[in-house]
Design a protein around this ligand. Structure first.
Ligand code: LLP
Length: 455
């Protein structure tokens, strides 16, 4: 069964459910999440890396990077498909716990975790805490002693690999806030990463150092960056074994696996990336006497992105003359940068299709824009849409499952859309309900007449 089809009336369907039906029942804008696609992508990712790395004797674990899209339903699908859960704050951790995830299957990340967040992680017994600084190692070991427990930790290192399609989401540069560098500040000194290992081993009564972690960026389309990062991280693992006779059992290569937002994007299939990575890892492991580590990955976008779309209703349509004889058609929809900040933040490209009908009118170059008071409020920069698109039509913007709801805001006091899931049998459910202005006003402590709030 395909995620998107058109029915006899020409209406776009998500797993067989017409978007007109979804819009009628749940309103617009709405995020629509296809449960089957989410589950299939989660399983496909896990199986691709398990299959590719099994011949090397490498065991694989996959942590769903919940920052991409986190609701209790979604995290349930991920764990049912055999994934663990990566969280990056106390709030994300709380949602995973509320979904009933076994704490042993949860990882906690963050470059500035508070004592309260670390205490929560220790109290519930998360499976790993990824430490990001020497200060955190000290704080965490103190807390673990107070709690009479031993914290399972990974050390996040910066392997210095640039692997991203956009500067703002590249995290492996040396000059950035995440991780501990593999390069010494001065010749002859230990690198910050090695110093962190020493600190963890010294505090071994309180910290159980499980391994090393790195994350090289986002929207990555090839295996080479992961292979290079692995090579450097495995070299540190060797150095640790040589110096302290300690074999770190785990290595995490982070997330960042790319998806196609438009026809221009051509990411390799995840099975191909896993297949390409295997010989690179084999090469790095060949010289080593150490047993192969367990490897883990943290995909977010790969799983959530293509599983979701946004359904908007068209409002104003306006044709503007941008130069003599050159026109651009602006199609305004009932959402915008508040439900998808990625075009504004990262210059991200999306596409859109007419959702409620098929039109045989000639396509016109169009810009889909939101309803916010900002000229940069663009949803789709350039897309050909039929010449007769008009108020009341529905537009479907695909691949909005990752980092759209997660980054959404209430700019201009727009209530955030709900998330509607479509089950494999076509059952629909609002897994996160749409906000109302009353919800938002409930936090304004100066409201004079609560009954006056119009929803
Ligand atoms: N692991 C770590 C440590 C991360 O920092 C991230 C993403 C991931 C995993 C998941 O990366 P993914 O597989 O989803 O690419 N808001 C930006 C993306 C920021 C990603 C931050 N970290 C965007 O919308 O493109």
């Amino acid at each position: 069964t395909r995620q998107y089809t058109r029915d006899a009336d020409g209406c776009v369907c998500v797993s067989g459910v017409p978007v007109t039906e979804l819009a009628r029942q749940h309103g617009t804008p709405s995020y629509v999440l296809d449960e089957r696609t989410f589950r299939e992508r989660a399983r496909a990712f896990r199986e691709a890396f398990e299959d590719a790395l099994r011949p090397l004797g490498i065991e694989v674990a996959v942590y769903y990077a919940s920052k991409a899209l986190l609701t209790t339903a979604v995290v349930g699908w991920a764990t049912e498909e055999g994934l663990n859960v990566d969280t990056a704050s106390g709030g994300e951790l709380a949602v995973a716990l509320a979904a009933g995830v076994d704490p042993a299957r949860i990882a906690l990340h963050g470059n500035n975790k508070s004592a309260a967040e670390l205490e929560l992680a220790l109290r519930v017994g998360v499976g790993r805490i990824v430490v990001d600084s020497l200060a955190e190692i000290e704080l965490l070991s103190g807390l673990a002693r107070d709690w009479g427990t031993r914290a399972p930790v990974m050390i996040r290192v910066t392997p210095g690999v640039h692997a991203s399609t956009h500067e703002f989401i590249a995290t492996a540069h040396e000059d950035q806030k995440f991780g501990l560098s593999l390069n010494p500040a001065r010749d002859g000194e230990d690198s910050p990463a090695l110093t962190a290992v020493a600190a963890c081993l010294e505090a071994s009564d309180a910290l159980d150092l499980r391994g090393l972690h790195c994350h090289i960026g986002s929207q990555i389309f090839a295996a080479e960056g992961f292979g290079q990062a692995a090579e450097r991280v495995l070299a540190l693992r060797e150095a640790v074994a040589a110096r302290w006779d300690v074999v770190l059992p785990e290595v995490d290569l982070g997330g960042g696996h790319g998806v196609a937002y438009t026809a221009e994007d051509a990411p390799r299939e995840v099975a191909a990336i896993a297949g390409d990575l295997a010989p690179l890892l084999a090469e790095s492991l060949k010289a080593s006497e150490l047993p192969a580590p367990h490897l883990s990955f943290e995909p977010g976008r790969y799983i959530a992105g293509p599983s979701g779309c946004t359904v908007y209703t068209v409002g104003t349509v306006k044709t503007v003359t941008v130069a003599p004889g050159v026109q651009r058609r602006y199609i305004s929809v009932d959402g915008g940068m508040s439900d998808n900040a990625r075009p504004v933040l990262y210059d991200a490209d999306y596409t859109a299709v007419l959702g409620n009908r098929v039109s045989h009118e000639a396509p016109v170059l169009s810009r889909v824009v939101g309803k916010h008071c900002e000229s940069g409020d663009v949803v789709v920069k350039d897309v050909y849409l039929p010449g007769d698109v008009a108020a009341g039509d529905l537009l479907v913007v695909p691949v909005t499952g990752a980092y759209c709801w997660a980054l959404s805001s209430n700019y201009n006091w727009l209530p955030r859309p709900g998330i509607v899931s479509v089950a494999p049998d076509g059952a629909t459910r609002e897994i996160v309900r749409r906000e109302t202005v009353t919800d938002l006003l409930a936090r304004d402590t100066g409201v004079v007449d609560p009954a006056g709030a119009i929803t």
